[in-house]
Design a protein around this ligand. Structure first.
Ligand code: HEC
Length: 89
C-alpha cells in the first residue's frame, strides 16, 4: 500500500503528464493511448520503471474487471507491455 501511495505522489507531482508520448505514431503507442485513457488521463510511459509498470498493469487489469470495462486481448496486453517496457524510465 505504501508503495502505491509513493507511485501516486511521483506521478501527480510531475508535470510531464499529458505530454506527447514517445513513438506516438506506432501501433503499440496508439493502443496504449486508447486502452489506458478510458478511466483517467493517459499516463506518461517514462514516469515509471518497468517493474512498477508491470505491477500497475496487473492492478489495471483488475480495475477493468471490477468496472466491466472490456479488457485488451492477450495480444494487445503484450503490445502495451512491450511498449511500456521499451519506454519506461
Ligand atoms: C477500468 C478503468 C481503468 C482503465 C481502463 C485503466 N486504469 Fe489506470 N487506474 C484506474 C484507477 C481506478 C486508478 C486509481 C488507483 C487504483 O484504484 O488502483 C488508476 C491508476 C493508474 C495509475 C496511477 C496514477 C493514477 O492515475 O492514479 C497508473 C500509472 C495507471 N492507472 C495506468 C494505467 C495503464 C497503463 C492503463 C492501460 C493498460 C490503465 N491505467 C487503464 C482505472 C483504470
Amino acid at each position: 500500500m505504501k508503495r502505491i501511495l509513493l507511485i501516486f505522489a511521483l506521478i501527480f507531482m510531475t508535470p510531464a503528464w499529458g505530454a506527447e508520448i514517445p513513438d506516438a505514431d506506432s501501433a503499440a503507442a496508439k493502443l496504449f493511448a486508447q486502452k489506458c485513457s478510458v478511466c483517467h488521463a493517459m499516463p506518461y510511459p517514462e514516469r515509471l520503471d518497468w517493474p512498477h509498470w508491470r505491477h500497475m498493469l496487473g492492478l489495471m487489469r483488475q480495475r477493468m474487471q471490477e468496472r466491466g470495462v472490456p479488457e485488451p486481448s492477450k495480444e494487445e496486453w503484450r503490445q502495451i507491455a512491450g511498449y511500456l517496457k521499451s519506454h519506461a524510465r
